[in-house]
Design a protein around this ligand. Structure first.
Ligand code: MG
Length: 418
């Protein structure tokens, strides 16, 4: 068919087509259905908390509204003071529109600059609250949080399992490694710092002796040989050692082609972390003890890490997590979030992991608490063969199973006000 004839036929039929499809009316209907003026006008009526002890302490937050919608969030590690910190924030939240998530976050953060809002427990409490506000926003608008964070880059989130095993002397080690592989994980992390190492000569100073370094290498070799080559291995030193020890360990582990070596020195001195990174081909990962974009700025500017690992349940929540990841992306640095929380916080992290371009892998740390993990939310087990499918449901996409979760409640503490 000649092009000219096709065009003439289309032009002659165009008015008919427009009439048949009623495009203006369709567009008006779509706009009316999705207009922000039709969204629920919510007001915050209460903020309540509960404390759970699973992998460490977890602070759970619920934000209540005048239209019955409830948002939930979770914080961890720096969570001990969260109950009283959130009680202090509550008066500033009552009557506010919970959908102004970033406004509420920023006003509470800047209001607290003399109260420690730069890092630590204040930011962790704020993280739990911010996640609960996103859950509310998603539920109010009928969208999963990843959609509100810019849409999704991927349909499933890859997890690594903290193996809870690394020593060839541990009679349970083989059984645990087998369990991790049966669960389908494609990456594993082990700890090699050891306060009880018999070759450690000082209870305070963490300069590793030759024998300690040898023991660390032995653990990594044991795990590397126990795992199939396709399974990646990461190694954590928990920020305990000094610079000379960190450099020696990082060099000694080069042959194992680790996914990363985590926190070889403490987090405060960015220059020391940079020196470790510059001394080795082992990839260096840090960030689980850094807060807000400000905590990650120098790490990225000075090239102190190959990979960063913000913990969205303590570093500032989901949008702050996205902002940290975007900042890292400009340095071509991937993000492997630290994550030790329940399925609620883990799913919250998945929404950020789905939305950012430079996601690498997400932590899972509940191997010794498998029964609690599988019953903690009404949706049941959310991990399938080492991956979590990105949810389509509004908000976080999971709801707490109270009966199961209360089994881990910290005795003597309030359970969402009761
Ligand atoms: Mg760690």
């Amino acid at each position: 068919m000649k092009l000219g004839m096709t065009r003439r036929r289309f032009v002659s039929r165009a008015p008919l087509l427009a009439g048949a499809l009623s495009l203006p009316r369709l567009a008006a209907a779509v706009q009316a259905a999705s207009s922000p003026y039709r969204r629920p006008r919510l007001k915050i009526t209460d903020v309540r908390t509960a404390l759970i002890r699973a992998h460490g302490l977890q602070l759970h937050v619920r934000v209540y509204t005048d239209q019955g919608l409830i948002g939930q969030g979770e914080a961890t590690d720096a969570a001990a003071g969260g109950v009283s910190l959130l009680a202090g924030m509550r008066p500033r939240l009552l009557g506010q529109d919970p959908l102004n998530v970033d406004y509420l976050f920023e006003s509470l953060r800047t209001a607290g600059i003399f109260a420690g809002a730069q890092a630590g427990q204040y930011v962790a409490a704020l993280s739990a609250l911010e996640i609960a506000l996103w859950d509310l926003a998603g539920k109010a608008l009928g969208l999963p949080i990843w959609q509100l964070l810019g849409g999704r880059m991927r349909d499933r989130i890859r997890l690594y399992c903290d193996a809870q095993a690394s020593s060839p002397d541990d009679p349970q080690a083989s059984q645990r490694i087998q369990r991790v592989l049966e669960l389908g994980f494609t990456a594993v992390k082990i700890d090699i710092d050891d306060a009880a190492d018999p070759m450690r000569w000082d209870r305070v100073n963490w300069t590793a002796s030759n024998a300690e370094v040898d023991n660390m290498v032995r653990k990594v070799r044991f795990m590397r040989e126990a795992l199939p080559a396709r399974v990646d291995l990461a190694v954590d030193m928990h920020g305990r050692y000094d610079l000379v020890s960190a450099r020696r360990v990082a060099r000694a582990l080069e042959e194992f082609r680790l996914l990363w070596l985590e926190e070889p020195v403490p987090p405060e001195n960015v220059e020391a972390m940079r020196q470790v990174r510059a001394s080795t081909s082992t990839p260096i990962c840090c960030g689980e003890n850094l807060y807000l974009r400000h905590g990650f700025r120098r790490v990225l500017e000075e090239g102190a890490a190959d990979i960063i690992m913000p913990d969205f349940q303590k570093c500032g929540g989901l949008l702050e997590g996205r902002k940290i990841a975007d900042m890292a992306h400009t340095y071509y640095v991937p993000v492997a979030p630290h994550c030790v929380v329940s399925p609620i916080g883990t799913m919250a992290s998945c929404h950020v992991c789905a939305a950012i371009p430079n996601f690498l892998i997400l932590e899972w740390h509940w191997l010794p608490r498998l029964e609690l993990w599988r019953n903690f939310v009404r949706e049941g087990e959310i991990i399938e063969k080492g991956f979590i499918a990105v949810p389509e449901r509004p908000g976080l996409g999971v709801e707490m199973n109270e009966e199961a979760a209360r089994k881990a409640q910290v005795p003597g503490t309030s359970w969402f006000g009761s």
